[in-house]
Design a protein around this ligand. Sequence first.
Ligand code: ADE
Ligand code: ZN
Length: 319
Amino acid sequence: MTRAVPKAEIHCHVEGAASPDLVRRQAEKYGVDVSSFLDEAGYVWSDFTSFLAAYDGAAALFRTEEDYALLAETYLSDIAAQGTIYAEIFVSPDHAERSGIGTEGYLAGLGTGLERARRASGIECRMIVVGIRHFGPQAVEAAARFAASRPHALITGFGMAGEERFGRVADYARAFDIAREAGLGITIHAGELAGPESVRDALDHVRPSRLGHGARAIEDPALVERIAREGVALELCPGSNVALKVFDGWEKHPFEAMRKAGVKVTLNSDDPPHFGSSIGHEYEMAARTWGYDAAMLTGFTRTAIQAAFVDEATREKLL
Ligand code: ADE
Ligand code: ZN
């Protein structure tokens, strides 16, 4: 029923979007044993820490420009076939360095993948550089400096992912100042693994226009009110939250409660094959769980495009 709904995805980690099939092919190509994080049924993990290990294991199998072009093109073509017209992918200079390709080859390869997908399906895509919180404030600041000092037409935002319970947000504020001064859109993962305090810290110290998740703000009604009042958009990822046991099932997820409270809500898949999801599945499950019709779902897509880190001319075309 949701196949024909135009979709937008503004919260997806590119390395986390690698399908098990693609990862198996990469593992064969490089002769790597992936049995510690991948079996016949898919990715294997049991909590956030082992999820991150599976994520890093898959990421390490992309090592050349063509590997990254293929990764981005495969993901974007797949979501375009699900009705997606716009996507933003999180890209990580730290993972580029770890895989040995370095940041230039990484961006060149991803850029090629974005262009191939756009030519084939018309899907528009932009990149958000992320720092990884559990690598520490210096690493996140280096990621921000990289994003700020290397103008690239398709890099339009800066964010922070990783272990939200690591460190204090205030220690990362400088990284966000650097990115903001460079004109990049700002988002930060908060309210996924930690509660309202973490979200409040993120709002106070980082002043983002969007929050990655933000779901656990629901534990504090005054905070939900603040998010609504300040017009901060939530990149909600219900399937991810349910898989990681942040909430005990779709019906317990606060997506609808946030919407009713006047918060700008969007639907996203985060790391789709890790969580048995896809952007199409998120829209379908939202329709089934909360009874949304096509017009409501299209409204979430419009919210995402309004909150997107994209030039005004492209935004107008997409709306
Ligand atoms: N990196 C990839 N997926 C993530 C998630 N769900 N939370 C934080 N960091 C991530
Ligand atoms: Zn995420």
